[in-house]
Design a protein around this ligand. Structure first.
Ligand code: BGC
Length: 396
């Protein structure tokens, strides 16, 4: 808004400078006194000029901006861009990495960054974004708590010519400018395929994430694409198929307990959508089933990777966060400077095909933990194997 106001004032000033020498013509008494034709002409030109300038300025103030934020001044290459990053939560370890990496990248490239965390509250997230806009951020990166509700954040930002990047989770039904994430449907497919490869027959439990998070829905799509033929063949049976509110481990625990009761403790695989829910599911298993029931996950969180090397959780999906966070910051700077962002993917959000940058996920299990998360420095070997006797540690 500040810059629209500036534009308005700039145009008015220009108008006054241009019209300055004639401005006495605007006084009604002067107009009456002069009375000659030429001065009438000048006066008319001046009035028309001022009206035009004013309307132009007014248009700049009220005009809705498009996704490229056309109302703002083009950023000079050496001026620091001010980025606002609105996060839903820091609950899962991965979000702490996202935050640290966004901060790190901003420092590296000389951008200013203001981060707000909504702790799972939509009203708080909306308000925090309003505050960031009021403070004058030039681009917003939003990891939405609720993908539908966050559409209003995009509208508010666009009214001020501020572009918005949807981070990790898609903002639905909006003209959001860019989506940066991992290939979420593929993650769901990988989880289900891993389960099917290692437990090709039997009873399955599906534990989804928060139903207000678009990722939870995409994951379930991916999982079902793989599981459906096996269900149709009668190879596997879905005992329970539920979503864990707010991705809560306690919800996953409850869902697993119900499934155990329903199936008389006869479960072969639990397709949990992330590591938090995997942890909840594992804590519901009676000791004799821990390590016997296949459990999937996502995030390669430290406690999950520890469970994997201990044999309690079977796999997780490792999503490197550095390329995600860095691509968000680098793209944010380009959007703020009105430069083109190269994208290869598109994801439909119910309103538009959103240009997208989607990173590759990887399967992580006890066989490749060294070659993936540990090799990358995502986790330290001594942390991962902390609960495993030292003589059983892999050779480095
Ligand atoms: C993210 C996951 C995360 C989950 C819970 C999802 O949208 O993609 O990485 O575990 O939210 O925060």
């Amino acid at each position: 808004m500040t810059s629209k106001l500036e534009t308005f004032i700039d145009i008015l000033l220009v108008a006054l400078v241009v019209l300055g020498p004639r401005s006495e013509a605007l006084s009604f008494s002067n107009w009456q006194k002069k009375g000659n034709h030429q001065s009438m002409q000048h006066t008319r030109t001046s009035v028309v000029g001022l009206v035009l300038a004013t309307s132009l300025a007014a248009a700049c103030v009220s005009g809705t901006q498009t996704s490229t934020g056309g109302g703002k001044k083009k950023k000079g290459p050496n001026e620091p861009v001010v980025i606002g990053f609105s996060m839903d939560t820091l609950k899962e370890e991965r979000w702490q990495r996202d935050k640290a990496l966004v901060e790190q990248r901003c420092k590296e490239v000389g951008a200013e960054c203001e981060i707000q965390v909504a702790n799972g509250d939509d009203a708080v997230q909306t308000k925090q974004c309003d505050n960031l806009l009021t403070k004058g951020v030039e681009v917003l990166i939003v990891a939405p708590h609720n993908g539908q509700i966050a559409a209003s954040i995009v509208e508010a930002a666009h009214r001020q010519g501020v572009p918005v990047i949807s981070y990790d989770r898609l903002i639905r039904n909006s003209d959001v400018d860019l989506y940066v994430s991992h290939q979420v449907v593929k993650i769901g497919q990988m989880q289900a395929q891993y389960a099917l490869d290692h437990a090709p027959k039997g009873n399955y439990v599906l534990i989804g994430g928060s139903p207000t998070d678009n990722n939870a829905l995409l994951l379930r799509d991916g999982q079902m694409q793989v599981l459906k033929p096996a269900i149709d063949r009668g190879d596997i049976k879905i005992v329970t198929d539920q979503f864990a509110k707010e991705w809560k481990a306690e919800e996953a625990l409850r869902i697993t307990e119900d499934a155990l009761t329903k199936s008389n403790n006869n479960i072969q695989a639990i397709v949990a959508s992330n590591d938090g829910t995997a942890g909840g599911a594992i804590s519901a298993l009676p000791p004799q089933l821990v390590g016997k029931v296949l459990v999937t996950g996502q995030d390669a969180a430290l406690d999950a990777v520890q469970r994997i090397v201990e044999g309690k959780q079977t796999m997780t999906i490792y999503k490197p966060i550095t390329p995600l966070a860095f691509s968000a910051v680098d793209s944010a700077i380009k959007l703020a400077r009105k430069e083109k962002v190269e994208t290869k993917d598109k994801v439909n959000n119910g309103k538009i095909d959103v240009p997208s940058i989607l990173q590759e996920p990887l399967v992580l299990d006890k066989n490749n933990v060294m070659a993936t998360a540990i090799k990358d420095g995502y986790h330290k070997m001594e942390d991962v194997y902390k609960r495993v006797p030292k003589d059983q540690w892999p050779k480095q």
